[in-house]
Design a protein. Structure first.
Length: 114
């Protein structure tokens, strides 16, 4: 059974930093891409960052240069380092894994105050 558990969210002032973690279990994730998504109140869920099995990364334009996605395949973990946070980054952040099905974590709230 695939399980994704996010952690690391919280309240931070604008300009601050947070590091999100996603612990994956239930199968070997090392050969698949992993991603972080976010959903702000009243908005659709959007992709924030993706990392392939080989470490290739891709970012939404809104976070380029501020966020960094990484992974530790030995520990089945994915991270999102967020810096220079803005109030518009406020959202619930989700870890996502896609294989024959799409799996989501429960999300972790990130709130950036101005």
């Amino acid at each position: 059974q695939v399980q994704l558990v996010e952690s690391g969210g919280g309240l931070v002032q604008a300009g601050g930093s947070l590091r999100l973690s996603c612990a994956a279990s239930g199968r070997d994730f090392s050969r698949n891409a992993m991603a972080w998504y976010r959903q702000a109140p009243g908005k659709q869920r959007e992709a924030v960052a993706t990392i392939t099995s080989s470490g290739y990364t891709n970012y939404a334009d809104s976070v380029k240069g501020r966020f960094t996605i990484s992974r530790d395949n030995a520990k089945n973990m994915v991270f999102l380092q967020m810096s220079s946070l803005k109030p518009e980054d406020t959202a619930v952040y989700y870890c996502r894994f896609a294989a024959t099905a799409i799996y989501w974590g429960q999300g972790t709230q990130v709130t950036v105050s101005s």
